[in-house]
Design a protein around this ligand. Structure first.
Ligand code: MTE
Ligand code: LUZ
Ligand code: MOS
Length: 764
């Protein structure tokens, strides 16, 4: 089935927050942000702005009726800074005016006096100064300290990965108005409608029952709207409450880039030990996560970094420690992969370093150490349905990687100024929220008397196609035409207490809840049909293609007639259902448990082509074998793989976030922050479906697909490095991403090392 939104998307008819027709009297909000990264506020004068033409009111922290607090995991972030601010762009005041232009124009009339305080932009410096979001955590397996003595080769080094701007096409925004009797309606571009509702309750001191949050769809989220859509929605709500007029706040792109958090940059130290056969015996890693100025989701992101610190490899002795470091950047947040990619980059860097020093291809070490069935992860869970080696082998067998490799070697022999490089990139990603309690969802189904169906779930459509998958579930279980089914907006009044649409789990969780609701309704209708047919044997009834069958015999009851009959017999045609993933648990004392429903595997081969004179590059081909389980929608799933891959390549190669020492974002526009465009997409992307049994915990055994493919992009960094190595030795080249064309040029021709890295430790 095609994505049900494709027609309205192409015709420009899909509705986003900014497309909602505004009510009469609507005010437009513009947000005044901190002009410096760290300071103590000594004076704030908003009178001039408030008196400007067409300005209705200016709100500050003093106008907040409830708690000035938006921090979810840790309460450490105000909605509006009152005494001090901690990052450039941190919201301090909101101008509400008759037009967006008037609101923005008045921002410059706000007068702020502050005492500047020291600014930290480096997570290692933050750690050294004791600026931690929470105490460090350590995951352990085996005994690392005694394992080193058995290692033939030991390498130490540092690996660094940069941040990433989400660049959802639809910027952050919300629209809110009061209804009656104290009610508040909020339209928000959020992945977490319940998070918006909960935080609005806290800040405005009104019950959750008074707040209705509604989401039609997002123009992309990618994690950037899991937590950070909330403040703008709460501000719109606050504006509506204070002025009793509707309030709309939609961020300008440049404000969105400047004020919101991004993927966490990481700076990490590793030590890896191998035996004479290149089996990895020991791995020790210390992560420094740049959390930015407040916790946001950083503790959970840091946790997933630890979960994925060994990627798809079995390492018998591991010690992984992570520090969440408080700096003066905008609080960093969820981004596709949620810390997993950052963790995986470090072990790939460690393997690359070992391979370069030993004079072998990284693939030789990678393949030798892939997880096998029953192997333990450092967090105690063991693999089940492991496809690490299966996907690698299938890639080699059917995607001609040996020929690719031979072709590259021959090419590099004969071409002096163009060099090619190859990297293999296996992935392994755990599916479930790592906070066990979040793995629940509900659905609400109405069958109307004409036989049409309305479906509500907690899932938010953000381009990933979850609504199409939900519709498929209902169409299949009722055996009716998709055109009879409508996916309703995601709404906290219809479906309550939802987890955000995140962790790649929304199709599984919401789809399973929907399955339950549809099964209930189907059973009820089968009973009704059995009654109408006069024998009462519901087990004989089948619904097939809008018809009712009695055993194998077609009856004259149609789906529509059956529904109508049920209504006249006063049978309920509505059903709500709740689903919670069974079997999950995790103990943060021992750091062991069973946090994931299942894992998704796959292997990619990426070929980079580098222009040695210019430092420019492109990706000639990416071939991959991905574990979809039994894909329920190959078109959508293929789109997720291609999109995730390209987003991952962008993160590793061209997207470079630069902050100056004052914590000001320098790459603050699309002219200075480069994302992959159509020309940067690999010339060939060949995706092979590794058809597996799936997992019973996956919706229709179709595995979650949203985040995992991003991690194939890690290979882009290593393919570039391999191409550079065809030109000159890379042993002392820092392991730092992104590998921008400038960095490639430096690597090819600049002095090494650009940054010193510790030498290889002597082999024992
Ligand atoms: N695909 C599109 N087109 N737009 C998005 O914003 N977000 C990604 C992924 N794919 C995203 C996307 C992220 S970060 C997640 S967690 C999943 O979709 C969430 O949706 P799912 O749970 O339905 O896979
Ligand atoms: N969000 C979250 C996530 O709250 N918990 C998670 O485990 C997670 N994983 C991936 C993406 N978002
Ligand atoms: Mo995705 S990072 O779980 O929103």
């Amino acid at each position: 089935m095609k994505n049900i939104d494709s027609r309205s998307h192409v015709r420009g008819e899909s509705i986003y927050v900014d497309d909602i027709p505004v009510r009469e009297g609507t005010l437009y909000g513009a947000v005044f942000g901190a002009p410096h990264a760290h300071g103590r506020i000594t004076a704030l004068d908003t009178a001039k702005a408030a008196n400007a033409t067409n300005v209705f009111r200016v709100l500050t922290a003093a106008d907040i009726p409830g708690e000035n607090q938006i921090g979810g995991i840790i309460p450490d972030e105000p909605l509006l800074a009152a005494d001090a601010f901690h990052f450039q762009g941190q919201p301090i005041a909101i101008v509400l005016a008759e037009s967006e232009e008037a609101a923005r124009a008045a921002l410059s009339l706000i007068h702020l006096e502050f005492e500047p305080l020291p600014v930290i932009t480096d997570p290692r410096q933050a750690r050294a100064q004791g600026e931690l979001i929470q105490p460090p955590r350590t995951f352990k397996l085996g005994d690392v300290d005694s394992a080193w003595t058995n290692c033939t080769h030991i390498f130490e080094g540092r690996a660094e990965s940069g941040g990433q701007e989400h660049l959802y096409i639809e910027a952050q925004g919300a629209y809110a108005y009061l209804t009656e009797q104290g009610g508040l309606q909020i339209f928000s571009s959020t992945q977490g409608p319940t998070a918006v509702q909960r935080t609005t309750t806290r800040v405005l001191a009104i019950g959750m029952h008074q707040i209705e949050v509604d989401v039609t769809r997002l123009g992309g989220g990618f994690g950037g709207k899991e937590d950070q859509a909330t403040p703008w929605a709460v501000m719109a709500g606050l504006g509506a409450l204070c002025t009793r007029r509707p309030v709309k706040i939609v961020l300008h792109r440049l404000d969105d880039m400047r004020m919101t958090g991004k993927r966490h940059p990481y700076s990490s130290d590793f030590k890896i030990g191998l035996d004479g056969d290149f089996k990895i015996l020991a791995y020790e890693v210390t992560f420094h996560q740049d959390a930015g100025a407040a916790a946001d989701l950083s503790p959970a992101v840091m946790e997933r970094t630890l979960f994925h610190c060994t990627n798809s490899y079995f390492v018998p002795n591991v010690r992984a420690t992570a520090y969440s470091c408080r700096t003066h950047l905008p609080p960093n947040t969820a981004f596709r992969g949620f810390g997993g990619p950052q963790g995986m980059f470090v072990i790939e860097a460690a393997i690359c370093k070992a391979a370069e020093a030993l004079g072998v291809k990284p693939a030789q070490i990678q393949k030798r150490n892939l997880l096998e069935e029953g192997d333990a992860f450092p967090y105690g869970q063991t693999t089940s349905g492991c496809r690490a080696l299966a996907s690698w082998n299938q890639l080699e067998r059917s995607q001609g990687t040996a020929e690719l490799e031979a072709g590259i070697a021959a090419f590099n022999e004969t071409n002096r100024f163009i060099k090619k490089g190859l990297a293999f990139q296996p992935i392994c990603f755990g599916i479930s929220f790592t906070k066990t309690h979040m793995n629940q969802a509900s659905a609400l189904v109405h069958i109307y008397t004409d036989g049409t169906v309305g479906i509500s779930t907690g899932a938010v459509e953000m381009g990933q196609g979850v609504n199409t998958k939900m519709l498929q579930v209902a169409a299949e279980l009722f055996s009716i035409e998709p055109s009879r089914i409508k996916m309703e907006t995601t709404n906290t009044t219809r479906v309550a207490n939802t987890s955000p649409t995140a962790a790649s789990s929304s199709a599984d969780l919401n789809g399973k809840a929907l399955e339950k609701a549809c099964h209930c309704l189907r059973d009820r209708l089968c009973h009704t049909a059995a009654g109408i047919l006069g024998h009462g044997r519901a087990d004989r009834i089948q619904l097939r293609e809008e018809k009712v069958f009695d055993g194998d015999m077609e009856t004259d009851l149609s789906w529509a007639k059956l529904v109508e009959g049920a209504y006249f017999q006063r049978v309920s045609l509505s059903q709500q259902a709740h689903y919670a993933t069974p079997g999950l648990h995790f103990d943060t004392e021992t750091e062991k448990g069973e946090p994931f429903a299942y894992h998704v595997y796959g292997t990619a081969a990426l070929v980079a082509v580098v222009d040695v004179i210019r430092g420019t590059y492109h990706f000639e081909t990416v071939r991959l074998v991905h574990d979809f389980g039994r894909s329920m929608n190959k078109t959508i799933d293929l789109g997720q793989v291609e999109g995730g891959l390209v987003q991952g390549i962008g993160w590793m190669t061209m997207e470079e976030l630069l902050y100056n020492e004052e914590g000001r974002l320098l790459s603050n526009a699309l002219s200075t922050y480069k994302v992959p465009d159509i020309y940067a997409v690999p010339e060939e992307i060949a995706v092979e479906f590794l058809e597996t049994e799936g997992s019973p915990l996956a919706l229709l055994k179709s595995k979650a697909v949203g985040e995992p493919p991003l991690m194939y992009g890690l290979g882009a960094y290593f393919a570039l490095r391999d191409a550079i190595r065809a030109w000159r030795d890379t042993a002392d080249l820092p392991l730092a991403a992104p590998m921008t064309p400038e960095r490639v040029l430096m690597a090819l021709h600049g002095p090494h090392p650009v940054k010193p890295v510790p030498e290889e430790s002597p082999a024992i």
